[in-house]
Design a protein around this ligand. Structure first.
Ligand code: TYD
Ligand code: MG
Length: 449
């Protein structure tokens, strides 16, 4: 008979305790411990029971290529590191309604040409999935569907079908017979994922898991899933924008931080293969307070527009508002601009924004922010054929940033004629049609145009 053991698992951090406590000893959260039953079946099969050596040679394994399947979308393929690896487990997180199910259904239809695909839905009925497929123009797709929330049933169905790809939408709705907890509880999430990971590794089926993100931006049921799977992708979007960015935060088969860009249209998700200029506002005439910079996302360079509005403060306490930029960084940059660039910003409300709802996490945008602030303050537009990037130090020095040449090339490709960049980032041969001005100090940069 199966032995079972009761433990108390924190629903916030996943730590287990032998008895109930009001506060989790690991993460310090209150009232998060819930009773869960684990069954502890002893192993009766496998090489341990037979006393054999199950190891294999690294060299032999290294030669055997891990085959990859094309998902029908070059953007998704790139984020995955060149296609879906057989036997891998990928987690796709994102806010509800962002388009995870749409992406999965479209991929299911495309992947099905390379072998059988099983799409297991625990959230929607078969009718609902079929309706969406009709809307996406996929009514002739031959992928298999199952509406099921029991993970053992899904694994059995996938095994019976010899599926090459299994899509589980979503992991939060799944439950395993081995755990007596409600679907979505940490122990359920962990057991269901573990079951699917075992299945993927044993059968060579590629498994795609959909996961919802909590308000705090983490996949619900903390980060317990992230380390169990091979690849973690996040779907992000600015509210109201039709663009969706798929970002790899972990990838055992490719580069992390790679992005793929999609647009959500009436007929589903369409990939945006050349996204570098979608975030620009394309003014016909140059406007004050707006400067274009080049940001790096994974292996890509994106042109980003930074806007600053400096306006006379009506209260004695001027406001500093940053959207898409770190607020502390903005305050610091304004102080440097005052001290080393002579910008008289006290008595001015300063609003800074990155166009298109993009978040600029890089310091490479510093120079553009200060240039935009000066442009707004003096009400003198920066030429719209100019780009600027560079990190600003507290002493007013301009520091080099990584991938200078790639950034310049991307800007030149989009017709920018003049670049103001850190001296150390000036290439020996500037890109064709572009003149590059190297600067070492902030005042130099502000005089550059
Ligand atoms: P969905 O894939 O169901 O999101 P998730 O699985 O991440 O919760 O996407 C639902 C949203 O996408 C919904 O608000 C409608 C929109 N949508 C379109 O705009 N066009 C389409 O073709 C489809 C299928 C959905
Ligand atoms: Mg969904």
């Amino acid at each position: 008979m199966a032995k079972s053991k009761q433990v108390f698992v924190c629903q916030n951090c996943g730590a287990a305790a032998p008895k109930w406590q009001g506060q989790c000893a690991t993460c310090g959260e209150w009232n998060t411990l819930a009773a869960e039953v684990l069954s502890t079946n002893p192993r009766k099969t496998g090489s341990a029971a037979r006393g054999e050596d199950a190891s294999s040679s690294l060299a032999a394994e290294a030669i055997a290529e891990s085959p990859r399947l094309g998902t029908g979308s070059t953007e998704l393929d790139r984020v995955l590191g060149g296609g879906l690896v057989l036997g891998s487990v990928t987690l796709i997180g994102g806010d509800p309604g962002i388009g995870k199910s749409t992406l999965m259904l479209q991929s299911a239809a495309a992947l099905n040409t390379a072998g059988r695909v099983l799409y297991a839905t625990g959230e929607e009925s078969l009718k609902q999935v079929a309706l969406r497929a009709r809307r996406l123009g996929l009514e002739t797709a031959t992928a298999r569907l199952i509406a099921e929330t029991c993970v053992e049933e899904i694994v059995a169905a996938a095994a019976g079908l010899s599926a090459r790809v299994l899509i589980v939408d979503s992991i939060q709705t799944m439950h395993s017979e081995r755990v007596e907890a409600a679907p979505g509880a940490v122990s359920q999430l962990r057991e269901c994922t573990a079951e699917l990971v075992r299945f993927a590794k044993a059968s060579g089926t590629a498994v795609l898991l959909v996961g919802h993100v909590t308000k705090e931006g983490q996949i619900a049921g903390p980060r317990v899933l992230e380390h169990m799977v091979d690849t973690v992708l996040y779907f992000e979007s600015d509210t109201g924008s039709r663009y969706r960015v798929l970002r790899s935060v972990k990838n055992r088969f490719g580069a992390a931080n790679e992005i793929g860009v999609f647009a959500m249209l009436e007929q589903g998700l369409r990939e945006v293969t050349n996204p570098s200029a979608i975030f620009l506002s394309h003014h016909a005439e140059p406007v004050p307070g707006s400067v274009i910079t080049v940001m790096r996302e994974g292996t890509r360079s994106l042109l980003i527009e930074v806007q600053v509005l400096a306006d006379e403060a009506l209260s004695g306490n001027p406001r500093r508002v940053a959207v898409g930029i770190d607020g502390n960084r903005l305050t610091m940059l304004l102080a440097v601009a005052h001290r080393h660039g002579g910008l008289l910003l006290h008595g001015q409300d300063v609003f800074a924004n990155v166009v298109g709802g993009v978040r600029m996490a890089e310091t490479a945008g510093d120079l553009a922010i200060v240039m935009a602030a000066r442009s707004s303050l003096n009400d003198s537009p920066v030429p719209n054929s100019l780009i600027a990037f560079g990190e600003l130090g507290l002493a007013g020095e301009i520091r080099p940033v990584p991938f200078g040449e790639e950034r310049l090339r991307e800007a030149a490709k989009h017709g920018f004629k003049l670049a103001v960049v850190p001296e150390a980032n000036v290439p020996k041969r500037p890109p064709e049609g572009m003149s590059v001005r190297g600067v070492t100090r902030l005042n130099q940069a502000l005089e550059a145009f």
